[in-house]
Each structure stands twice: as C-alpha cells, then as structure tokens.
Design a protein around this ligand. Sequence first.
Ligand code: ZN
Ligand code: ZN
Length: 341
Amino acid sequence: MKSAVFYGKHDLRVEEHPMPEVGPHDVLIQVEACGVCGTDVHIYEGDKGAAEVTPPTILGHEFSGVIREVGSEVKKYKAGDRVCIDPNCYCGACDPCRNGVAHFCENMMGYGTTVNGGFAEYCAVDERQVYLLGENTTFEQGAMAEPVACCLHGIDMCEIQPGQQVVIIGGGMIGLLMLQLAKLAGAAKVALLEPVENKREVGRKLGADVCIDPVKEDVKERLAENGMDWVNVVIECVGRPSTIEQAIEIAGNKAVVMMFGLTKPDEEIAVKPFQVFQKELVLKASYINPYTQKRALDLINSGRLDVSSMVYEVCSLDKLEEILSRPEVRAKGKYVISPKM
Ligand SMILES: [Zn+2]
Ligand SMILES: [Zn+2]
C-alpha cells in the first residue's frame, strides 16, 4: 500500500509499505481523509517531547475511512462502516488511568505517533478507538473529530459562562474551532485576532463579533470600541511567546488565559507576575482529548459546528512533505490528505 513513512528529522518518504496486520480486536480501515496537524510538523522537525515517535513510522492521527475487514473478536463494527478514530489509546492499568486522568497514561499508544497511522491507504485500529460517522458527515469532516475533541477539552477547562467575553488569538483551524465552541458555550461576544485578511473573513462568517488585525490595529482600543472592556477568557491558538504574552496583556480581571497553541518544547515566555497578581489571572493549558471524542463527533454530526470552511486543500500523499516543511504553505489553512488520490 502507498504510505508516507517518517524516517527521522526532515526525512519523509512516500513508498510502498506492507499491508497492516489485522489483530483479533482490530478493524482494517481504508483511509479516506487524514488531517495534517501541528503535531506532525513538530515530529517532522525532530522537536523533542512533542510525541514519542520511534521511526520508521507512518504518521497521521486525524483520520476517517471505511472498514474493509474486521478481526475475529470484533462485534461492534462490520465491513462497509464509515468511521473515524480517537488515536490515543490508554492502558487502563497505570495510576493516571485508574484515577480518571487517562490522558496522562504512562503506557500511551497513539496511532500516527507511537504506531502506524493514517497517512497511508490502510490502517488497522483497535475497535475501542473507532466511532461511526453520522449519515451526513463527510470523511473530511470525520477526520476533524480528533482536533475538535482536543478543542473541547480546552474549552471545558476555560469554564466559559453564558454572557462572557472571549478573545481568540489566531485564526487557523484551531482558532476557528475555538471561536465556534466559545459561542456554543454561551459567550456573548467573541473577538478574533488574526493578521491574515481571508482568515478574518472566515472568522466573520463563523460568527466572530469583532475581527482585529493585531499587526495593523490597536487591539485594546478595538476591543473597547466594541464593548469588550472586560475580557473573561483569552484562548491563545498560535503557540508563540509574543502571542501568549499578548493574551496575558489583554485578559481582564479574574480572566482565564488558555495557552492552547503548542510552542516548541524549549520556548520561554516573559511573564510579569505582578500582572498576574493584579488581575488574579488563571493561566491554563490543555493536553490532548480525554473523554471528548464522542461529543466532538456528535457536534460535527449535528451540523452545529462548521469544520469545513477552514480546510484549504485536500491533496495526495505526495504533497505531504511540502506541507510539513514549508510554513508559508501551511499558513494558507488546514490540509487534508486523501491517500487514494
Ligand atoms: Zn492533531
Ligand atoms: Zn495507563
């Protein structure tokens, strides 16, 4: 089968790979759509600590497809089912797993990180990780369930109360999901900070009350003009020190600052503790997608969450390395790989 195999830093090869073995509890999925994620970029760049990857590995953890074969013990699914997956498998036996925080599992296995994933024509996945797509949900939409699940965990931790004011920094895929989830959580006003005009345009379409160009405009002034003089929650979706510092700056009294964007492992930020003290800020971060995959897919199936407007291009495996290696290509929006192409 055609696969994109990661061999090490800056070394990704599209090549023939043996078909995966289907264990008794596995289903064989013919991959229809697999999203390219920031985590894939970190892995490609060889950043330490982003994910435990032992090359050679087929990356790709945001995917959907059709079941072509089921293992002897599989009861819940059958060939022909349209599905997506939660890539993160927990052991169930370690201390975190037995204390309700399974996402800190000490023996975590991840499709597309620790074991082969979805940047290939086929992937064998344990049935416990599989979710049926709704009738009207497309494969591209289904592939977004994992990033949506990660965003849901983050939004839950923001504890948005109906009527609050929320600022989203960064209008990429994640920022545009967070924008919609903040509205669904009850925010009265949501502002989007994003320097690229067409991303601000998508933000407007998805319900942002104010879209601000943080490079050309005075952010605090624009927020105040629009009645956003007490920002309760700031969600940083870029992962740069300067934007995290900006999030702390914009946050109002008692605000939650969610550092959602993934920084490089060694990155540091300059924080004035006095500012945190003066405003009683709560600084938070959110790690992967514990227990949120079903809600994510239900939201997508319901049609209440737009996961399509931010997809820039669906392309073949041959384009993957260009996407992973060139920030200016990625800046255009979310890419989805269709291994059949
Ligand atoms: Zn991802
Ligand atoms: Zn565990």
